[in-house]
Write a protein that binds this ligand. Structure first.
Ligand code: NAD
Length: 269
């Protein structure tokens, strides 16, 4: 019998990290072979199950990513942009599939990640859920069907701890609307209006972010015209949807050639 793919979780003490540790160890589709935290984190050296306050899982937490990645067929990474860039290089060295859920990546980070993709499979998505990836497709189709008489606004809500805005998902949706319209998102994008902004520019794509409480993630794509409005909405109520998508990506990546992919490839959308 072939062995199940070994998976390392980075950002292991984080919200998504802990969700992934539980999912991978209970999945029966993969083996949890490593958990990586920041250097000097109090969990280093402890069994990860016990560190999370549950039963031992037989995997010790480490702050040495290279040593952990050497045992992995895939690395699932929901951490921070600078850490993700470092992990991309190390995962490529270890020839492990790198699944990147981290958001807030700037063009410099993306450039460095694209270098790593010459040698390894990298699957990156600002949102790993099936529902949101379908919403991205729908947004593109609706934007394609409507002209610039329909103003596009994207409103998102997240928990109070989220550090980047607009969310990675909001940007995916904005990109889909821009692609549908055949325009460049960077030149159409208007974020966070405040003060005397003047009237709305025709054809612009607006972003607004709400932060508060424990909201997992809510996204509205609004197409507003004179006399009518279309609202496409996704509401996430459980982080498990992102973790399930990430595990599915890690398994899908085992048979892919080196290069960069997203959840559309994984889901075959
Ligand atoms: P979090 O703050 O709870 O967890 C992030 C973890 O990464 C923390 O434990 C932090 O210590 C760790 N980390 C940072 N730098 C590190 C390093 N150098 N080495 C090891 N660990 C390091 O945040 P979260 O809610 O779990 O989200 C993490 C990221 O995933 C964010 O960018 C978030 O926007 C994104 N996210 C993406 C999706 C998706 O579907 N793509 C879904 C949810 C969250």
């Amino acid at each position: 019998m072939t062995e199940l793919p070994g998976i390392v979780i980075t950002g292991a003490s984080g919200r998504m990290g802990q969700m992934l540790i539980r999912l991978v160890s209970a999945s029966g589709k993969a083996r949890l072979v490593g958990c990586v935290v920041r250097e000097g984190h109090p969990w280093v050296g402890r069994d990860v199950g016990a560190a999370m306050g549950g039963a031992p899982l037989g995997v010790a937490v480490t702050d040495d990513p290279l040593q952990a990645f050497a045992r992995a067929q895939a690395v699932i990474d929901f951490s921070s942009p600078s850490a993700t860039v470092e992990f991309a290089g190390l995962a490529a060295q270890a020839r492990a599939v790198h699944v990147i859920g981290t958001t807030g990546l700037e063009s410099d980070h993306l450039h460095k990640i694209s270098w790593a993709a010459h040698h390894a499979v990298i699957i990156r998505a600002g949102n790993m859920s099936l529902g949101v990836n379908l919403l991205v497709r729908l947004t593109r189709k609706v934007a394609q069907a409507l002209d610039a008489d329909w103003d596009v606004e994207i409103v998102e809500a997240h928990h109070r701890m989220k550090v980047d805005a607009p969310s990675g998902t909001a940007l995916m949706l904005g990109q889909a609307a821009a692609d549908g319209r055949g325009i460049d998102l960077d030149s159409a994008r208007v974020s966070g209006r405040d003060g005397i902004t003047g009237a709305r520019d025709r054809g612009s794509i607006g972003f607004a972010a709400i932060r508060g409480g424990d909201v997992v993630g809510e996204h509205d794509v609004i197409f507003a015209a004179d006399g009518e409005r279309i609202v496409l909405r996704h509401i996430a109520t459980d982080r498990a949807i992102f973790a399930r998508g990430a595990l599915r990506a890690a398994l899908w990546g085992q048979s892919a050639k080196p290069g960069q992919y997203d959840m559309m490839d994984v889901l075959g959308l």
